[in-house]
Design a protein around this ligand. Structure first.
Ligand code: PXP
Length: 240
């Protein structure tokens, strides 16, 4: 099977820093370590409430990441203006509700497609590859294809948080094959761990995983390079 890219989400390095409003640990330094340990790209989510990653982090990552930088953001005017100025390689549009603990549920591409089309048009105008974080649902995949994006990121949360729900993995497998048949590149992420990554890594059409919390959590015990390598090995094992 083809190489599956591992993009490391470094948000929770910033979570530790923001817990004390300190200057450390530095997400850019963490990104460097991840890149040296084999990450294919770096992901960061600039939330509207700025609970972890700050604007200065995004500026530094856009300028300093050696691998492709994937900016996760809500489809708002101010975020789009920032992305157009900084030109990350990729933007992943995610839903945003301030009260939630993390990103719950995918973007609803059917609710206000014109607003999404406007944002995507501005991103494409700046040469930014755009991906939509959606649930593995045919109607959402169809809507994403209509919006003309290069990629979708399938939300793996239901699969990860409800391991007894066998339909959740099947939805990811079927959704990946369907999206690829429409010409969309397939990414996946949210809630993936060393224990549950295998079946998702083994989906042939899935070319990129975005993983953060589990790697940063594991890094507390083994260090960031070892945590990145462990995830890389788990993905490679599943694809062999
Ligand atoms: N992909 C998207 C679109 C996300 O919003 C997140 C969480 O910020 C992730 C991947 C990474 O999820 P996790 O931190 O659970 O690995």
């Amino acid at each position: 099977m083809t190489h599956q890219r591992l993009y490391i989400n470094i948000d929770h390095v910033a979570t530790v820093r923001q817990a004390r409003r300190a200057s450390y640990p530095d997400p850019v330094a963490a990104a460097r370590l991840c890149e040296d340990a084999g990450a294919d790209g770096i992901t960061a989510h600039l939330r509207e409430d700025r609970r972890h990653i700050q604007d200065a982090d995004i500026e530094a990552l856009a300028a300093g990441a050696r691998t492709p930088f994937n900016l996760e953001m809500a489809a708002t005017d101010p975020m789009t203006t920032l992305a157009v100025r900084l030109k990350p390689l990729q933007v992943t549009l995610v839903p945003e509700r301030r009260e939630e603990v993390t990103t719950e549920g995918g973007l609803d591409c059917l609710r206000d497609p014109q607003r999404l089309a406007d944002v995507i048009g501005r991103l494409h105008g700046a040469g930014i590859r755009t991906s939509l974080f959606i649930d593995p649902d045919r109607a959402q995949i169809d809507a994403s294809a209509r919006l003309g994006v290069a990629a979708i990121e399938l939300h793996t949360g239901t699969y990860c948080h409800h391991p007894a729900d066998t339909g959740a993995l099947k939805a990811l497998q079927d959704g990946s094959a369907y999206a690829k048949s429409l010409g969309l590149a397939v990414h996946a992420g949210h809630g993936l761990t060393l224990e549950n990554v295998g079946p998702v890594a083994a989906i042939p059409e899935c070319e990129e995983l975005n993983i953060g919390h589990a790697i940063v959590g594991h890094a507390i015990f083994v260090g960031l390079p070892a945590a990145v390598r462990a995830m890389r090995e788990a993905m490679d094992r599943a694809r062999r």
